[in-house]
Design a binder for this molecule. Structure first.
Ligand code: NAD
Ligand code: GLY
Length: 351
């Protein structure tokens, strides 16, 4: 069997996502075939640093790359402009130039920050994603959305900046805490519901031997969506399935309900909204699969509470909001309704 499953992304520039199981130590060798020798500014967090930075640096240096590393505390609270500026100052002090590269080693927090820093440093330098969480592997490392949080909200400053390579070794997921792995599965399940019934059926098997195949399939789906709508004007919004309501739940809980848990609840609520709007009734199949992956589907908030927070959704225009509703398992549609209609629908369904 090939060591790598290679998924070609055709966005504003072309790049490969290389998926493997146990090839992190080959990163330097792979990069030496693709890029000129240069300095590589690695951004990572304290947990991932202790687990994987040595392997990455050894492999890169053995292949003639010069590495420098900047480590930040793990967690969403690091995803801010102060951390980006400290990384940028670090790169400047180390004389990183436009012919050098950034490497994001970690989950979505590190990927978003490293991507954003490389979008703005020297008006843009190349970066590589080495995702180490399930969410980062199937979602945030591919597609070029980069961002940081500000006090007014999550991901409110950012840029579209595609990586030049995504190198995903799924064996790094073996050290992930179970709750973080489970959160990633909410996004995996999402891909099955929005665009691929076969993926949904494979997920029902709960077979860990299928993990590499499942991750690769999710990346292919994301690749296709990004190729069709890189700058998020239409079809890419399908990836928000479960997220409009999910974000409201996450915010209302003051982040005590995790992103994955909130998206799982949000997908079930979206299915109920879909049924109410006259699409197929897929509430039970969606509820079943999220429960199978350990999520509970109870919504502790009222329709009015959810509605008020949903109004701050980035995808809302003045009077309308676009929600993603399942037409069937494997097919979702963008459904634009007035905010008043959303309020009425939320009140009609049993959350
Ligand atoms: P994260 O990066 O905070 O990682 C979660 C935790 O897992 C951290 O404590 C980290 O140190 C730890 N960790 C990472 N890899 C590990 C490993 N292999 N073994 C042990 N521990 C490990 O969180 P996340 O869930 O990966 O990403 C969430 C972020 O991604 C959010 O900020 C979100 O906004 C962003 N995101 C971005 C996009 C995009 O398209 N850019 C898409 C989805 C989510
Ligand atoms: N995670 C949503 C997107 O990349 O568009």
């Amino acid at each position: 069997m090939d060591k790598y499953n290679i998924i070609k992304v055709n966005a504003s520039h072309k790049y490969n996502v290389m998926v493997s199981n146990g090839m992190l130590h080959e990163l330097g060798g792979v990069m030496s075939k693709l890029f000129d020798r240069c300095s590589i500014a690695i951004l990572t967090d304290d947990i991932v640093d202790a687990l994987y930075a040595d392997t990455v640096i050894k492999s890169l240096e053995a292949n003639g790359f010069h590495c420098i590393k900047h480590t930040i505390p793990n967690g969403e609270s690091s995803k801010n402009m102060d951390s980006v500026l400290s990384f940028i100052n670090f790169m400047a002090s180390e004389q990183i130039t436009r012919s050098d590269m950034v490497l994001a080693l970690g989950g979505g927090v590190i990927g978003d920050m490293a991507g954003f820093a490389s979008a703005i440093y020297l008006r843009g330098i190349k970066y590589i994603q080495v995702p180490t969480t399930l969410l980062a592997a199937v979602d945030s490392s591919v597609g070029g959305k980069t961002a940081v949080d500000i006090s007014a909200g999550k991901n409110l400053i950012g840029a579209f900046h595609q990586p030049v390579l995504v190198f995903c070794d799924i064996s790094t997921l073996n050290t992930l805490p179970a709750n973080i792995m489970r959160d990633g599965f909410a996004e995996v399940i999402k891909y099955g519901i929005i665009l691929d019934k076969e993926l949904y059926n494979n997920l029902l098997k709960k077979d860990s031997a299928l993990l590499e195949q499942i991750i690769s399939r999710c990346i292919e789906i994301k690749r296709d969506v990004v190729a069709a709508d890189e700058f998020d004007k239409g079809e890419r919004q399908l990836l928000n399935f479960g997220h409009t309501i999910g974000h409201s739940i996450e915010l209302l809980s003051n982040f005590t309900i995790t992103h994955g848990e909130a998206v799982a609840k949000g997908m079930v609520i979206a299915a109920k909204l879909g049924k109410e709007c006259g699409y197929a009734d897929v509430v039970e199949p969606i509820k079943n699969i999220v429960e199978m992956y350990g999520f509970d589907t109870y919504c502790p908030y009222s329709a009015t509470e959810i509605y008020k927070v949903a109004l701050s959704d980035k995808k809302r225009d003045k009077n309308n909001i676009t929600v993603v509703l399942p037409e069937s398992i494997g097919k979702c549609v963008l459904h634009t309704i007035s905010t008043e209609e959303l309020y009425n629908l939320l009140n009609r369904i049993k959350l």
